[in-house]
Design a protein around this ligand. Structure first.
Ligand code: GLY
Ligand code: MN
Ligand code: MN
Length: 463
């Protein structure tokens, strides 16, 4: 299937969803360009929804889909002067041939064409709360339609959120998306291997100034880019020693020392799709016994979660499976005193594990690293549950896993120094994260080009 056909099919699915909901017209802008300073912009990144339906990554573009299936694109006009400075523009004349849309106009014609497109439609659909000022822009166009009602035009009667339709589509990855996600996962895995090996090599042959977090970040970026990745999918975390206990740490300039762990959470974005990998390894290539003890608990927690990632299980099941292993590990190692905290079920019930494991085990992943998609099962009834702090609430049961969904599996343990916390574990922060595609029988880990087993990591690092 040509890529144009893939996007046409997705647009047709949106049209069918509009039709099923009673008709209407959907409009969708791409992302803005953002200034970084003076006349320099941040690197441009398209809007994921827009790209999902067009494969087009020029700024200032808009897509319109009518419930009848007709599609219209607005894009920047050809402009020789601007193209000399900023690069070639597709232009509206070439857009139908290249992108398979039915019609195309210059973005300069938005304010004249959009009211005509919106007139006599039952409702207007656009993504709510994702583009600043979009709702007032739509209101302005509707105002223009309303000004023509005396001439017989009708104005749309309702606004609908387009995100719901697109989120559900994007939750289930098609073959085209899966192929890219696998490639992104492979590139990122290679980058982690490179960073691990560089870490050990630089500690074996010390450089002036020492091995710094940014040295390893540079290795990651080098590996991403040399395989064609356009960007990191998110800001890379390279955390030396105690920095690993700061969940949103960024790669800084801290020194990595033999005997300490390094936690790297980094993944590339490839052709609009993310990858998201975390590995924790001994900076010098050999775990200490205390590090290895906690590390193996996290590995076992991840295995348990992987086993629970299969069709028919719910989104929360891998989290609960990981949590049980982690909580048991906390008791076995004395991180939580048995005399005070009881048995594993007591720890799960009391939430005492949150001292060392305070985040969830999974999130959807796709075009966005924290991808869209409903985490609860659509159409189900709320039932008693607990919130993140263990307080009782009513919540719909979590989503039933089905083939085509992609989620991360990322358990961890983070030990900050504290009274009653065994000193040998102080400042150890460990997370292991892979990207799982739910398949017909279980799940495929797309990021296992870099090992998780402690012995394998050590073997990889001793060169
Ligand atoms: N790297 C972001 C996350 O793991 O959720
Ligand atoms: Mn993640
Ligand atoms: Mn991550």
């Amino acid at each position: 299937m040509s890529t144009t056909t893939i996007y046409q099919k997705r647009r047709a699915a949106v049209a069918r969803a509009l039709k099923a909901a009673g008709g209407g017209i959907a409009l969708l802008p791409t992302a803005r360009e953002y200034p970084r300073n003076r006349d320099t912009d941040f690197p441009y990144r398209h809007d994921s929804y827009f790209y999902y339906l067009t494969g087009f990554d020029e700024p200032e573009s808009w897509l319109v889909i009518d419930a009848s299936g007709k599609t219209t694109l607005f894009c920047r006009p050809k402009d020789l002067e601007r193209e000399i400075w900023d690069g070639i523009r597709l232009g509206p004349k070439a857009a139908p041939g290249r992108l398979g849309v039915d019609a195309a106009f210059s973005t300069e014609a938005l304010d004249t064409q959009m009211p005509a497109l919106l007139a006599n439609r039952k409702s207007v659909w656009f993504p709510f709360a994702t583009h600043e000022g979009l709702d007032s822009r739509v209101d302005g166009w509707l105002d223009k339609v309303r000004a023509r009602v005396r001439l017989g035009d009708e104005c749309p009667q309702s606004h609908n959120d387009l995100c719901g339709v697109l989120d559900e589509m994007r939750l289930f990855k098609d073959g085209h998306e899966i192929a890219i996600l696998r490639r992104a996962g492979k590139i990122s895995a290679g980058a982690h291997v490179r960073a691990m090996q560089t870490s050990a090599a630089m500690l074996r042959n010390p450089v002036k100034g020492g091995l710094r977090e940014y040295h390893l970040e540079a290795e990651l970026l080098h590996e991403f880019r040399r395989h064609g990745s356009q960007f990191p999918a998110y800001t890379s975390i390279v955390a030396a020693g105690a920095n690993a206990c700061v969940l949103h740490y960024r790669a800084g300039d801290a020194e990595l020392k033999a005997g300490e762990l390094c936690l790297i959470d980094a993944g590339c974005e490839l052709d609009g799709y993310a990858s998201d990998i975390t590995r924790t390894f001994p900076a010098g290539g050999t775990f200490t016994p205390a590090q290895r003890r906690l590390y193996d608990i996290v590995v076992q927690a991840q295995y348990a979660a992987v086993k629970a990632t299969k069709p028919g299980k719910r989104f929360n099941d891998p989290h609960e499976a990981a949590l049980r292993v982690l909580a048991q590990g906390m008791l076995d190692t004395g991180l939580l005193a048995k005399a005070k905290h009881g048995k594993v079920d007591d720890v799960l019930e009391s939430g005492a594990y949150r001292q060392f494991y305070m985040h969830r085990t999974s999130h959807w992943m796709g075009m966005d690293v924290h991808d869209c998609g409903d985490y609860t099962e659509p159409g189900s009834k709320p039932r008693p549950d607990k919130d993140a702090m263990g307080q009782p609430i009513m919540r719909k049961p979590s989503r039933i896993l089905r083939p085509g969904m992609v989620m991360t599996i990322e358990p961890g343990l983070y030990v900050r120094p504290g009274k009653n916390v065994p000193k040998e574990f102080w400042n150890i922060g460990i997370r292991i994260e892979d990207d799982a595609l739910v398949t017909a029988k279980g799940c495929e880990l797309m990021t296992r080009g870099v090992p998780v087993d402690g012995d394998e990591i050590e073997r990889l690092m001793v060169g």
